[in-house]
Design a protein around this ligand. Structure first.
Ligand code: NAD
Ligand code: DAU
Length: 338
């Protein structure tokens, strides 16, 4: 395959590129990334000299650039990760979310159509389905109605609708995956798990929004990459697949308690702070369709995944300390010191 990976310098995109080049060394990957605050080429140091890997710094909203790259690199498959991805930033300023997540996806779809791309895979999120009540057995599945509640999830919902519309209207060969909260190496330390781990290493408190009883469905990033691999090789065009983890309704406060326990610290590190506006109470994913159709299931249980992740952040302190000493400080002040 000749893949165009968008947003490959981010958390999941870089994990995907490293996974793919190891498993399919004969395939070629072009990584198109704007290198926003979340993009980091250090994630890809180990492959930068691989002749089957190329990187172009650029914006997915630039149609002539995307069109020329698809032609130049003879791209047959697009794997679209690029997005503004952090809910709290979307609340502070929705503009880049509307631009990249909606307009950027539209530009990629246009270029894909024009160049007769064989597969356009769109990476989306469970957040587009809104919030489930606590203490219920309800889960999101492929039939759940869209109900986004933050500027981030609304922009991702719009992008999902566009992708599906290009399949229905123009016959573009698409697949979509909606997945739950990823965690693992190279995650930007604005998200709960890496924020907690790195704050603890720095001797700082971990901010817990509201009552801390919000629930997420945690998925180790490598399991996500394996699901994408199956969808790209065996998935049915036009279909949507839900990807979720092995956690069973674990509240945020318990996630942080687990991290503290593994790191040998006590609960004095926990600090309850003002809640996120419009905070979605609970997410849970029914991943039985991808299990039935493509034989995928998550393999890494939460305790193992957390240990692997904590270990990675302990061993790669230069990686996140550089990030935390830059633009991040301004964001952190704005977000947490109001
Ligand atoms: P991330 O924020 O870590 O990385 C996003 C990447 O996209 C960065 O490298 C950034 O530079 C790049 N980018 C942003 N705007 C761009 C533009 N206009 N042109 C080109 N590149 C641009 O995000 P992530 O956590 O790796 O998420 C990747 C995808 O997965 C997103 O689409 C996100 O919505 C989705 N997703 C993430 C999670 C999660 O838990 N992280 C869960 C479900 C779905
Ligand atoms: O569900 C998939 C989504 O998961 C992805 O689409 C998003 O790109 C990704 O950012 C993530 O969104 P969340 O908002 O769920 O992730 P975040 O790590 O920001 O927050 C996880 C939970 O922890 C959520 O309930 C909010 C809470 N939280 C978060 C932060 C950053 C805190 O209590 N304190 C914090 O400081």
């Amino acid at each position: 395959m000749n893949l165009l990976v968008t947003g490959g310098a981010g958390f999941i995109g870089s994990n995907f590129i490293l996974y793919w080049l190891k498993k399919y060394p004969q395939d070629k990957i072009l990584n198109l990334d704007k290198l926003t605050y979340a993009g980091n080429l250090e994630n890809l140091k180990s492959v930068e000299n691989n002749p089957n890997y190329n990187f172009v710094k650029g914006d997915i909203c630039n149609l002539s650039l995307v069109d020329s790259l698809i032609k130049k690199y003879n791209i047959d498959t697009i794997v679209h990760f690029a997005a503004e991805s952090h809910v709290d930033r979307s609340i502070l300023d929705p503009a880049p979310f509307i631009k990249t997540n909606i307009e950027g996806t539209y530009v990629l779809l246009e270029a894909a159509l024009k160049n007769k791309i064989k597969r356009f895979h769109h990476i989306s999120t469970d957040e587009v389905f809104g919030a489930l009540p606590l203490n219920s057995k309800e889960k999101f599945n492929e039939k759940t109605a869209y109900n986004p509640r933050s500027p981030y999830s609304a922009s991702k919902a719009a992008s999902d609708h566009l992708v599906r519309a290009y399949y229905v209207t123009y016959g573009l060969p698409i697949t979509i995956s909606n997945c739950s909260n990823n965690y693992g190496p190279y995650q930007f330390p604005e998200k709960l798990i890496p924020l907690a781990i790195t704050n603890i290493i720095e001797g700082k408190k971990v901010p817990i929004y509201g009552d801390g009883l919000y629930v997420r469905d945690w998925l180790y990033v490598e399991d996500h990459c394996k699901a994408l691999d199956l969808i790209l090789h065996k998935g049915k065009v036009g279909e949507t697949y839900f990807i979720g983890g092995l956690t069973k309704d674990i509240p945020n406060i318990e996630v942080v308690r687990k991290i503290l326990k593994i790191m040998g610290k006590d609960e004095s590190y926990i600090e309850y702070v003002k809640d996120r506006p419009g905070h979605d109470r609970r997410y849970a994913i029914d991943w039985s369709k991808i299990n039935r159709k493509l034989s995928w299931k998550p393999e890494v249980d939460f305790d193992t995944g957390l240990k692997l992740t904590i270990d990675w952040y302990l061993k790669n302190q230069d990686w996140w300390k550089k990030i935390k000493s830059g633009e991040y400080q301004k964001y952190y002040q704005k977000q947490y010191q109001k």
